[in-house]
Design a protein around this ligand. Structure first.
Ligand SMILES: [Zn+2]
Length: 75
């Protein structure tokens, strides 16, 4: 599934993740993909679920927590 199939709040959270230098890695299946940090941690992105806003919130929390890591390793 392309990113167009995701809830708009989740798409926005993925854009924020990329903006701070985190990697968005699409997978196939129930889990849409991962947001991966250079420190080795990741958060799952679900393409389905009754509460996409909650999913977007989890991604944003990950972005906030790891944005400094992404900047450190970049370049
Ligand atoms: Zn990190």
């Amino acid at each position: 599934m392309g990113r167009q199939g995701l809830h708009k709040e989740i798409r926005r959270a993925l854009d924020e993740a990329e903006a701070v230098g985190l990697t968005v890695r699409p997978l196939s299946g129930h889990t849409w993909g991962w947001v991966v940090c250079s420190c080795g941690e990741h958060v799952k992105v679900f393409s389905t679920g009754r509460n996409p806003e909650q999913g977007a919130k989890l991604i944003r929390r990950f972005v906030v927590k790891h944005s400094d890591h992404a900047k450190e390793v970049e370049r």
